[in-house]
Write a protein that binds this ligand. Structure first.
Ligand SMILES: Cc1cc2nc3c(=O)[nH]c(=O)nc-3n(C[C@H](O)[C@H](O)[C@H](O)COP(=O)(O)OP(=O)(O)OC[C@H]3O[C@@H](n4cnc5c(N)ncnc54)[C@H](O)[C@@H]3O)c2cc1C
Length: 378
């Protein structure tokens, strides 16, 4: 049994915390937010994420509030021509795609946590690696020592900085816009039960549309180019007229979707290069702290969820002395896959044309350490 401290209670930290405490480890998750609220909009859970969450027993709760996009469709910005269509609710991946409010995913994870594991309003100030563990210091000055500390603290990770030094994420030159509107205002706009990406003439403009909240809402994501970015935060207000003007040359169906939006938020898209290692001694990182990515494969939260499951599997039955070897196993199972998804997201060609999506969607985090002989289909 290990005493484990997790910095950050986003999707990655909560999945890791839930899986690790179920294995009998003593876990504390430090989350700076004092209550989660309904910040953020969508989280895209492709079948590989849903399979991982089903293994934690929270899949049913997610299915109650999520929407289930029927197809993943690509269309051309001006002609509306369909260039690919992938079935997302069939049997191929053994789990469906679910699109869900970030808050509903967080609630499903939080409500399954054992009392005392999640410590809200606990902002981590520093993490100091020790010979056989690590120490966490909170903003209120309190200090706690652990056998293992996990940095699940997002793209601006303090734990990553403590391990590997200062390294700012790079602004991509793209601003992302997000909006949600009730399905009923969209009238007969087609394909709103599916995930549709409208590919712009250049890669700095794309419009992504999919259902949320059992199909009662529609989510919209778009990008525009911008030379620099100095603001912070996920929910900066945007001007819907500015967004409509940027898409004025798109197909009428795409423009009709933007006409349904009333309010919109803006945020910057940042990237980092894939890393060669995430761990030092008894400290490691996961999720956006380890491999932030642009959202063009819709895998940011999904990769964090997979990390949480695989990290817990690597630490199964580990004693304090086993931690460095267990972290090496975790990295061995995750570095290449997440780097490939980071690069693929940046290349921004995913499913523009028909392609085999199995390497992403059919991945089973719970089988990460199964040998080919013992791997099972489920
Ligand atoms: C508020 C918020 C809203 C988002 N909204 C969207 C969205 O609408 N659509 C989308 O696609 N993606 C969104 N994302 C990003 C997406 O959720 C992540 O890319 C993905 O979930 C990766 O998860 P993660 O757990 O690795 O990191 P994150 O989701 O970034 O979670 C990191 C957590 O660590 C906490 N934290 C950070 N520093 C500290 C510290 N020093 N001490 C304690 N806690 C700390 C943060 O408060 C946060 O809860 C959002 C992220 C955030 C933080």
């Amino acid at each position: 049994m290990l005493k484990i401290g997790i910095c950050g209670g986003g999707p990655g930290g909560l999945v890791a915390g839930l899986a690790l405490s179920r294995q009998g480890h003593e876990v504390a998750i430090f989350e700076r937010t004092s209550s989660y609220g309904r910040i953020g909009a969508d989280i895209n859970l492709t079948p590989n994420a849903v399979h991982a969450l089903d293994g934690l027993g929270i899949g049913e709760a997610l299915r109650e509030t999520a929407a289930r996009p029927q197809y993943r469709i690509s269309r051309t910005w001006d002609t509306g021509e369909e260039t690919s269509r992938l079935e997302m609710q069939g049997d191929r991946y053994e789990a469906p795609q679910l699109t869900i409010h970030r808050a509903d995913l967080i609630t499903a994870l939080e409500s399954n946590m054992k009392p005392g594991v999640l410590r809200l309003g606990a902002q981590v100030r520093t993490v100091t690696p020790l010979e056989q563990g690590a120490e966490v210091v909170l903003e209120d000055g309190s200090t706690e020592a652990f056998d293992l500390v996990i940095g699940a603290d997002g793209i601006h990770s303090l734990v990553r900085k403590a391990l590997f030094g200062e390294d700012h994420p790079k602004f991509t030159g793209l601003v992302s816009w997000r909006a949600v509107f009730p399905r009923e205002v969209a009238g007969d706009i087609p394909n709103l039960d599916s995930f549709t990406k409208w590919w712009g003439p250049t890669s700095d403009r794309q419009l992504v549309v999919f259902p949320l909240l059992r199909g009662e809402e529609v989510f919209v994501f778009a990008t525009t180019p911008q030379t620099d970015w100095s603001e912070e935060g996920w929910t900066l207000p945007g001007d819907i007229e500015e967004l409509r003007a940027a898409y004025a040359d798109f197909h009428p169906e795409a423009r009709a979707i933007l006409d349904c939006c009333t309010t919109v938020t803006r945020s910057a898209l940042h990237v980092r290069e894939p890393m060669e290692t995430w761990s030092r001694g008894h400290v490691t990182i996961m999720g956006d702290a380890a491999h932030p990515m642009v959202p063009f494969m819709a895998q940011g939260a999904t990769m964090a969820i997979e990390d949480g499951v695989v990290l817990a599997l690597a630490l199964k039955d580990a004693s304090p002395a086993d931690v460095p070897a267990a972290l090496a196993r975790y990295e061995g199972a995750r570095l290449d896959r997440t780097a490939k998804v980071q690069r693929g997201s940046l290349a921004n060609e995913w499913l523009k044309k028909p392609e085999n999506a199995d390497w992403v969607y059919a991945y089973k985090a719970w089988e990460a350490f199964d040998t080919p002989e013992t791997a099972t289909a489920g």
